[in-house]
Write a protein that binds this ligand. Structure first.
Ligand SMILES: Cc1cc2nc3c(=O)[nH]c(=O)nc-3n(C[C@H](O)[C@H](O)[C@H](O)COP(=O)(O)OP(=O)(O)OC[C@H]3O[C@@H](n4cnc5c(N)ncnc54)[C@H](O)[C@@H]3O)c2cc1C
Length: 410
């Protein structure tokens, strides 16, 4: 009888965490990580703008689940088993205390992703976890039942490794064909599409406002049922900020089907039409003798107000009190539903993920084992799980890894 030999494919966040938790729970298991590149934890190192948004300060599992466009039901038990608090405590115990920002994002107190990466690498070394770099697995072959090992992993260079158990921790891929190594085992793959992107809007008059932001805008895509709100930022190429990123995550597949050519309706203050009418009416009444372009509305920066007036074709030399009903209504329309045609997407520099991957109906959420393929597990972004921006993707990586490690340790 041979000892348990767990081989993890991928030296990213979920691969490292599976390995470390497994060795913490059962030091006698032989653990090896295989990485196709010459570097480890590459994505983690550049994550969160180099600061690594490790998790999100979210009280309770139900609240946490609301941030996952894909995987919400699947993650429920997994988050009960390894929660945000478990992540916070584990990093603290291991010398990387986290801090919470005003919007709930949690970063290492050092503000450096390098602290997180170095801690994980140091821990892995200390626990005796093997690492083989430049080892790109190209095929996973099931071994005959009577043999000592269940799996053989073959490299592009010709060599191979044997394993009793394999963990797929390879992250997300942009093309469906990149999942062939998994699908040839009979595992269904949900076709990948990008998530967490900004909107390209071919409107030079908008681009000149780059850098301008509003605190709470609402974005609604015409034809898509839901709308999302949050801070909104104008960029050199279109619109960005949490309101847009949230929309891009929830509508990732829908926008992909439309080749990213849609119309985004922006409500600049995320107010209902009645509330906006009331705010504009009282503002104009308070400033009857002011030229309309000199009127200031709470929450609307001056440059944006000028842009809105232009889009609404408001005669800017008019006094506030002289605005016609038609002109008032046109302003309301542009404050509540300003249309922007999108003609593409740009990846958000701070964080992007793949929507799609291993079909969750084929994975046991109690162990992360693929149903019907004993000894084959999957963790992290390779699964059809993704969250909105803010630390939710790493939390899913930590929690799925912890669940797999617990099952493998027993
Ligand atoms: C720029 C950027 C910033 C981000 N910032 C944040 C953030 O601040 N907070 C957050 O929550 N999320 C963030 N994310 C998302 C987060 O990084 C991922 O969700 C997370 O890294 C997933 O971890 P993983 O281990 O599943 O995959 P990965 O980190 O992608 O690791 C997979 C590893 O597997 C290796 N691999 C792939 N195929 C093979 C093979 N055949 N053989 C051997 N090795 C293989 C890859 O080379 C890679 O090293 C960010 C993503 C990006 C791109």
């Amino acid at each position: 009888m041979i000892d348990k030999r767990v081989v993890i494919i991928g030296a990213g966040a979920s691969g490292y965490f599976t390995a470390i938790r497994l060795k913490e729970l059962n030091p006698s298991v032989d653990v090896l990580i295989l990485e196709k590149t010459g570097k480890t934890l590459s994505k983690l190192r550049i994550s969160g703008g180099g600061r690594c948004n490790v998790t999100h300060d979210c009280k309770g599992v139900s609240a946490l689940l609301q941030h996952y466009p894909r995987g919400k039901t699947f993650l429920k038990k997994i988050f009960h088993d390894w929660s945000v608090q478990d992540t916070i405590d584990w990093f603290e115990i291991n010398g990387v205390p986290l801090k919470t920002e005003a919007d709930g994002r949690m970063f290492p107190q050092s503000d450096s992703s390098e602290t997180v990466a170095q801690m994980l690498e140091w821990k892995a070394k200390k626990l005796g976890i093997g690492l083989r770099s430049n080892a790109s697995v190209v095929t996973i072959v099931p071994m005959p039942k009577e043999g000592a090992y269940r799996w053989q992993l073959n490299f592009n260079t010709g060599g191979s490794e044997m394993a009793t158990d394999v963990v797929l921790a390879m992250g997300g891929f942009s093309k469906e064909s990149q999942y062939n190594m998994i699908s040839t085992l009979g595992v269904d793959i949900v076709p990948p599409v990008p998530s967490l992107f900004t909107f390209n809007i071919p409107d030079a008059t908008l681009h000149v406002l780059h850098g301008l932001s509003v605190q709470d805008a609402k974005v609604k895509l015409t034809g898509y049922p839901e709308a999302y709100h949050g801070p909104l930022l104008v960029t050199h190429w279109g619109l960005s900020g949490p309101a847009v990123l949230k929309t891009s995550a929830w509508a990732a597949r829908w926008m992909n089907e439309k080749a990213y050519c849609t119309t985004a309706l922006v409500s600049w203050l995320n107010l209902s039409e009645d509330e906006m009418r009331e705010l504009l009416r009282t503002t104009l009444e308070a400033n009857p003798k002011k030229r309309i372009d000199n009127v200031s509305i709470d929450g609307i920066p001056r440059r944006l107000w000028e842009y809105i007036l232009k889009r609404a074709e408001t005669p800017i030399t008019k006094m506030a009190a002289d605005l016609s009903k038609f002109e008032f209504n046109k302003l309301i329309e542009n404050l509540c539903r300003m249309p922007f045609d999108t003609d593409g997407r740009t990846m958000f520099k701070e964080e992007f993920v793949t929507a799609g991957g291993i079909d969750l109906s084929q994975v046991n959420p109690k162990s992360m084992e693929i149903k019907g393929l004993t000894g084959l597990y999957a963790t992290g972004e390779v699964l059809d799980v993704d969250g909105v921006t803010g630390g939710f993707n790493f939390q899913a990586a930590w929690s799925t890894a912890a669940t797999a490690a617990k099952a493998l340790a027993s």
